[in-house]
Design a protein around this ligand. Structure first.
Ligand code: 2BA
Length: 116
C-alpha cells in the first residue's frame, strides 16, 4: 500500500448459516469482495459462517447496514448440565436460553494491502 492508497478496513463477520446465502448475494450486489469460511461457535459448537470483507474505509457504513439488514437475531434453547448437587449422579440437565446474532462483527485497520 502506498501513502496515497485509500484507507482499508478488514471486516470479520460471524453470522448464522441460515443468513449466509442472502448476505453473500447482497454483498456481491453492492460490489463488496468477500471470502466465506465455514466456522463453528465455541459455546454452542454449531456451524456458523465467517465472512472476511476487505473494503475501503469510506464504504464501512454501507457494509454495516447490509449486515444489519441481512442477519437475524435467533433465540435458541440448549440443554445444559447443572453441577448443583454433591455427587455426579445428582447432576441434572436443564434448558438454557441464549440469543444468537444477528452478527458478531470485528472491524480491523489494514496496515498494508497487496494483490500480487
Ligand atoms: P457461539 O460461541 O456458539 O455462541 C452462541 C451464542 O451463545 C452467543 O451468541 C451468545 O448469545 C451465547 N454465548 C456464547 N458464549 C457464552 C457463554 N460463555 N455463556 C453464556 N452464553 C454464551 P453471539 O454472541 O451472537 O455469538 C455468535 C457466534 O459468534 C458465537 O457462537 C461465536 O462463534 C462468535 N463470537 C461471538 N463473540 C465472539 C468473540 N468475542 N470472539 C470470537 N467469536 C465470537
Amino acid at each position: 500500500m502506498t501513502e496515497e492508497s485509500p484507507k482499508m478496513k478488514m471486516v470479520v463477520a460471524i453470522v448464522n448459516d441460515s443468513d449466509a446465502a442472502s448476505l453473500q448475494s447482497n454483498l456481491n450486489k453492492a460490489r463488496f469482495q468477500t471470502t466465506k469460511l465455514s466456522s463453528s461457535g465455541g459455546f454452542l459448537r454449531e456451524g456458523n459462517t465467517t465472512f472476511l470483507i476487505g473494503t475501503e474505509a469510506k464504504y464501512l457504513d454501507e457494509l454495516i447496514e447490509i449486515l444489519q439488514d441481512n442477519c437475524q437475531h435467533r433465540d435458541k434453547t440448549v440443554p445444559s448440565m447443572s453441577p448443583v448437587a454433591n455427587t455426579l449422579e445428582d447432576h441434572y440437565s436443564f434448558p438454557m436460553h441464549v440469543e444468537v446474532g444477528g452478527a458478531t462483527v470485528f472491524v480491523v485497520d489494514v496496515e498494508e494491502f497487496y494483490k500480487i
